[in-house]
Design a protein around this ligand. Sequence first.
Ligand SMILES: Cc1cc2nc3c(=O)[nH]c(=O)nc-3n(C[C@H](O)[C@H](O)[C@H](O)COP(=O)(O)O)c2cc1C
Length: 170
Amino acid sequence: MDILTAIKGRKSIRKYSTKPIEEEKLNKILEAIRFAPSARNGQPYKILVIRDAAKKAALRKELEAPAYFEDAPVLLAACGLDHAVMNNGQIKDTIDASIAMAFAVLQAYELGLGTVWTAGYDGEKMKKALGIPAQYSCVTVIPLGYAAEDPDPKPRKELNEIVCYDEFKE
Ligand SMILES: Cc1cc2nc3c(=O)[nH]c(=O)nc-3n(C[C@H](O)[C@H](O)[C@H](O)COP(=O)(O)O)c2cc1C
């Protein structure tokens, strides 16, 4: 599968089979994270791989989150460490962890696995439920597993709505 096919084919999945993920597939996804670029190659994050059913259930309860937090066989929590603001005003670990997880999401799709990015939950509650130390941020928790739904693709803006050439046009 070429990269643009993966980018265009991926969709957020919010219903999962409880079928376990092959270790080999999980490792490929973690490798995609490992090889993602980061500011000054710092890789300022830890990825917490949650497979324990009790931990997933506790997290779902704490966040009042949908069933996919429990049904998906794996949750990947991206925990950022370096909260420095870069010269461009952006926060280092949020950017770096997000790029790494975007790579993970695409690798997962190529392996036939579904994901959904989540950011709608209280970061402090996520840290508490997962035992993540105070100095880390919880950038996202992404369920990973075989899809139990096939949602319609979401529309995208046209290129001319998001791209301009040479001169900035609102
Ligand atoms: C930064 C970010 C935060 C998101 N937060 C949530 C979320 O909390 N819950 C959820 O169900 N989907 C969440 N999504 C998924 C988006 O709703 C979804 O990517 C978007 O509607 C496009 O649909 P698609 O992923 O199927 O192409 C998030 C996506 C991004 C990139």
